[in-house]
Ligand binder design. Structure first.
Ligand SMILES: Cc1cc2nc3c(=O)[nH]c(=O)nc-3n(C[C@H](O)[C@H](O)[C@H](O)COP(=O)(O)OP(=O)(O)OC[C@H]3O[C@@H](n4cnc5c(N)ncnc54)[C@H](O)[C@@H]3O)c2cc1C
Ligand code: SF4
Length: 328
């Protein structure tokens, strides 16, 4: 498979959201591109072949981090480097700044955007190499076979496909009870981050609720979770750029030593960021200490159904959740 250069395509560079929405409605077989760090791999591998790219990079209104009466709004085209370095985010919603700082490499974070990070496609090796698996419209899953390479795959929510949500920012925005602002031909809709991501039982060909032609314009973080206790940790195979084997994002309201409210979310264990509601229920009302952390860890991976090579993710998840409670 040649990766020397990309096949040619038409390039549109609208400078307004309205222009981009019109193009994505009118231009056939088009592809939205933000930083291009997920998209260009597909094109170089010839695994996806759009006829036209709609580059969102010139739309100024989709960029920037602003304080609002309700919290903070982040334009979808804001780069991960800006998010990782934002004083506003670091002092109010550190968990997202930390998650963004752990994505890929400095070069990818300089180009990659929050919207692209949340909308990125599955990273299953088989699928990315262009094979005709279920997710690509075929009739088999190559990862879920006796010989399948599946150590990165899911513990929960398998439905023909066992790929995971690869995003580092996704668990953080779910932990922060963020809303995703989406524009389309029919106007604007605002979707809770938790409902933005969808698993294969809902639609095996998509990772999010986005319909063709829809554009994520912003991510809103509510005041409710500003300046609480946070935790983000990502475990990778390598101590350089790498996707998460498991990551965890947590937000905890603590008064005195009592946990009053909590949102705890793991990535890379399911096709969507997995909110651990049973852990949240178990820790709310309890003191934030080692005993509570141990209980949280013990129940974190309940219901997991590992495939051949990813059983190590169960203790990993348990330990990450334990640390999230103890060290937030
Ligand atoms: C070597 C390498 C390592 C990586 N490591 C990590 C990692 O550790 N953690 C991690 O989370 N990710 C990682 N990634 C994935 C990805 O590059 C980044 O997540 C990046 O943030 C993607 O953002 P982008 O703006 O470049 O996306 P793009 O490639 O521009 O877009 C990605 C997808 O989202 C869609 N999209 C983009 N913006 C919008 C929007 N506003 N509205 C609707 N749809 C939109 C595009 O159509 C496309 O399908 C890695 C990628 C590479 C190549
Ligand atoms: S896990 Fe999903 S993406 Fe990977 S081969 Fe199976 S169906 Fe395809």
């Amino acid at each position: 498979m040649s990766r020397d250069m990309m096949p040619s395509f038409e390039l549109y560079q609208p400078d307004s959201l309205e222009g981009a929405l019109k193009l994505s409605k009118d231009v056939e077989n088009s592809w939205l591109v933000a930083g291009g760090q997920d998209s260009y791999d597909w094109f170089k591998d010839r695994a996806k072949r759009p006829d036209a790219l709609i580059d969102l990079g010139d739309i100024a209104t989709l960029k920037g981090i602003r304080g609002t009466d309700a919290g903070v709004e982040i334009g979808a085209l804001t780069t991960l480097t800006e998010i990782a370095g934002s004083e506003l985010l670091k002092s109010n919603y550190t968990v997202l700044a930390r998650a963004a700082a752990r994505v890929a490499s400095p070069q990818i974070r300089n180009a990659g955007t929050l919207g692209g990070n949340l909308c990125q496609d599955a990273r299953c090796w088989y699928y990315r190499s262009g094979v005709d698996c279920y997710r690509a419209g075929g009739n088999t899953c190559y990862a879920d076979t006796p010989q399948g390479q599946n150590r990165e795959h899911c513990l929960f929510g398998a439905a023909r496909c066992i790929a995971v949500s690869p995003s580092d920012c996704a668990p953080a925005v779910v932990a922060l009870e963020a809303s995703i602002v989406i524009s389309g031909a029919g106007g604007e809709r605002v979707v809770p981050a938790e409902e933005f991501f969808i698993g294969p039982s809902v639609d095996i060909t998509r990772m999010t609720v986005l319909k063709p032609g829809e554009i994520v314009t912003a991510v809103r973080l509510p005041k409710k979770w500003s300046k609480v206790r946070f935790y983000f940790e990502k475990v990778t195979d390598r101590a350089t750029w790498d996707f998460a084997l498991v990551n965890v994002a947590a937000a905890l309201h603590v008064e005195g030593d009592i946990i009053k409210d909590a949102r705890i979310v793991c990535g890379a264990v399911e096709c969507v960021p997995r909110r651990l509601k049973s852990v949240e229920q178990a820790v709310i009302g309890q003191p934030k200490n080692e005993d509570t952390a141990l209980i949280a860890g013990r129940i974190a991976a309940q219901g997991a159904t590992p495939v051949q090579y990813n059983g190590y993710k169960v203790p990993l998840m348990e330990n990450l959740v334990r640390r999230a409670i103890r060290d937030s």
